[in-house]
Every structure is written in C-alpha cells, then in structure tokens.
Design a protein around this ligand. Structure first.
Ligand SMILES: [Zn+2]
Ligand SMILES: [Zn+2]
Length: 196
C-alpha cells in the first residue's frame, strides 16, 4: 500500500478513528481535523453563538425595519426615505435606557422603535429611531409620540426630543414642531374616522 493512501483518521474532537468518507474532505483534498458529524455539531453551536450576539440582534432589527418600510410604502402608495444602516441600529440599540419610560433595559428587552410611525410620515432614518423596551413598544403602537410620551411625564418627552435632536442635528424647536404637526394630523384623521 502506498504512503499516500490514508484510509482512516482519528477525529480530534470525538477521538474516534473514522474512515475518510466520514470526513468533509475539502475541495483541495485536505482532510479536516474533525469528522463530519463533529463538524455539523460545531456549525450548529457556532450559529447558536452568533445568534446570541448583539450584532445579530441589530441585523435582524434592521431587516425588520426595512420590511416595515416596504409595507408602509405599499399602504401609502409612496416611497419612504430609508437610509438606515447597521451602524445606526448598533448605536441606537446600544442605549441602556428606554426612550419612553427611561427604564434600564436588558438586551433581550430592547426593541427598535420608529419615533414617528412610518404610516404617519416617519422615515426609516437615524433621527427617527430609538431604543424602546418591549412593553413601551407594544403599548405605543400608532399613537403619536407626543401623546404617548405625555403618559410617561416631561422627562420622557425630553428624552424623545433629545434623541431626535441628536439624530437630526436640528434645533429642538424645529423637532418639536414636526412632532406637534404629526400629532395634530393624527388627531384629525382619528376625528374624521369617527364622524365618517
Ligand atoms: Zn468526531
Ligand atoms: Zn419603556
């Protein structure tokens, strides 16, 4: 038998001697140190670890925001500005405290929130996103932010304003004007729905 014909190999992980056919031989002919079944387990473990990371959470949040934007565009029949990047989401979800209730959040409680809902003229941009806890996010739904923040007191309103001023580089008065206009429009639409 020639030296070249290696028929078995001991897997460095399970330490079992296995036939070469039980290894994922690479396209260049290299036989890996661990057998195919150990490699499969390792891939699953790696994937699990990756999915537990903050970066992965942000990737998912970014995708979800894009899906919401597309849905809103279909409903509104017009394009919505979308400049959101993974970096924007990483930065935003890196915040510790919920923008509304101010509560310190665990990573699992953090959600990406559109301050002005996309259906109310909000955009998928850095100045219109914030980190909100799961409970605030689900109770806010399509309520205008001014109304919703009111329930959490003046500090909540300030937190929202601060976040938008920071994100947009606009003056607080200007941001407040935008928020008030959204709120007014929302009330008008709600009012006309009732009378219709
Ligand atoms: Zn093995
Ligand atoms: Zn909250």
């Amino acid at each position: 038998m020639s030296k070249k014909s290696i028929e078995t190999k001991v897997c460095r992980n399970c330490e079992q001697e296995k036939e070469i056919s039980e290894f994922y031989v690479r396209s260049n002919g290299t036989v890996p140190y661990i057998c195919a079944s150990c490699e499969r387990v390792a891939v699953v473990e790696r994937e699990k670890a990756r999915k537990g990371t903050f970066r992965y959470k942000c990737t998912v949040a970014l995708k979800t925001a894009r899906v919401s934007r597309k849905r809103a565009e279909e409903e509104l029949g017009e394009p919505i500005t979308d400049t959101l990047s993974l970096y924007d989401v990483l930065f935003t979800l890196g915040a510790d405290d919920c923008v509304y209730c101010g509560r310190h959040c665990k990573q699992s409680e953090k959600t990406l929130e559109h301050i002005i809902p996309l259906l109310q003229g909000g955009t998928n941009t850095f100045d219109n996103i914030a980190m909100a806890c799961t409970s605030c996010n689900s109770s806010k739904r399509d309520k205008p932010v001014t109304e919703f923040a009111q329930n959490h007191g003046i500090r909540a309103k300030n937190r929202v304003l601060e976040r938008m001023v920071f994100g947009s580089g606009k003056e607080p008065e200007e941001v407040f004007g935008v928020l008030s206009a959204v709120s007014k429009r929302y009330e008008e639409v709600k009012g006309s729905d009732k009378t219709a």
